[in-house]
Write a protein that binds this ligand. Structure first.
Ligand code: HPA
Length: 281
């Protein structure tokens, strides 16, 4: 008896023996075809709060749902179709904007989590900007504060690298790019701690994150950064602090408040990201 029904479609990244880099190449070809842009220079993943940025970065060349590109997952929630956009900057450089992120907590495996980053690399991008919404350990960071990621601690117990791939992660978040951003705006820096989620951390876990050197807690980015480094990209990481992490403020976390903090910060973040991209691309 066959365990899979013949009409079940297996996700291409889950096909035994499949090579994620080959699927990323296929995805990049579809993007090149759809956009008419043979090579992109920079790529951005827009996390919560950062979504409006695409419009301020440059002129829209093309946009389409990520689900038409090989290897991208169907949206987890109806009506939440992640879009991929190609933007032409004033300088003539091209930015690939990834508006859909597959989170590790969705449980589909790390290959799918980092597919967008591998696709961006295959599409030519040399710089990967990873943004997210996250909890802050520093009580001075009010909701809506953007913070530069200086380094990360990966608490997912997973890696996007398969086999004996010993990749160095020193200076993973590019000192050159961080300096460029600090030249534009004075931002605090912090160490991002990726938890698996989707539950928020307990106050004890947040306390532990601080003791081991963390400043920011979230559920994305670290695995993507590792894949971006493997692909040879230069990485910039930015967190929007949407809330004080659990136990830092006396009130419990509330998902609606996290979303609202992102919404309120949108315009300022879009302006910041547009200036950053202009400076570095
Ligand atoms: N923890 C983890 N992820 C988050 C948080 C948080 O406090 N806020 C927004 N995303």
């Amino acid at each position: 008896m066959s365990l899979t029904h013949p009409t079940d479609s297996v996700h291409p990244l889950d096909v035994p023996g499949s090579d994620p880099r080959v699927i990323a190449e296929e995805a990049a070809s579809v993007i090149a075809e759809r956009t008419g842009v043979s090579s992109h220079d920079i790529a951005l993943t827009l996390g919560s709060g950062w979504g409006q940025a695409a419009e301020s970065i440059g002129e829209l060349v093309s946009e389409f749902p990520a689900s038409v590109v090989p290897g991208f997952s169907k949206p987890a929630l109806a009506g939440h179709t992640g879009m991929i956009r190609s933007i032409r900057l004033e300088s003539g450089a091209h930015a690939l904007i990834i508006g859909s992120r597959t989170h590790f907590y969705e449980g589909h495996g790390v290959r799918r989590v980092v597919h967008s980053v591998r696709t961006a690399a295959a599409a030519g991008a040399k710089i990967m900007i990873l943004t997210n919404g996250a909890g802050g350990l520093n009580p001075d960071w009010a909701p809506g504060t953007p913070v530069l990621i200086r380094d990360h601690i990966n608490l997912t117990a997973a890696s996007p690298l398969e086999g004996a791939t010993f990749v160095d992660l020193t200076d993973l978040y590019s000192p050159r790019l961080r300096d460029a951003v600090k030249g534009l705006e004075s931002l605090d820096e912090g160490v991002y701690v990726q938890f698996r989620g989707p539950h928020y951390e307990t106050p004890a876990e947040v306390k532990m994150a601080g003791i081991i050197g963390g400043d920011i807690v979230g559920m994305s980015t670290a695995l993507e950064a590792i894949a971006a480094r493997e692909a040879g990209m230069e990485i910039l990481g930015l967190s929007l602090i949407t809330n004080p992490a659990a136990g830092i403020s006396p009130t419990p976390l509330n998902h609606e408040e996290v979303i609202a903090a992102g919404r309120d910060a949108q315009t300022r973040l879009a302006d910041l990201l547009a200036r950053i991209v202009k400076e570095i691309a």
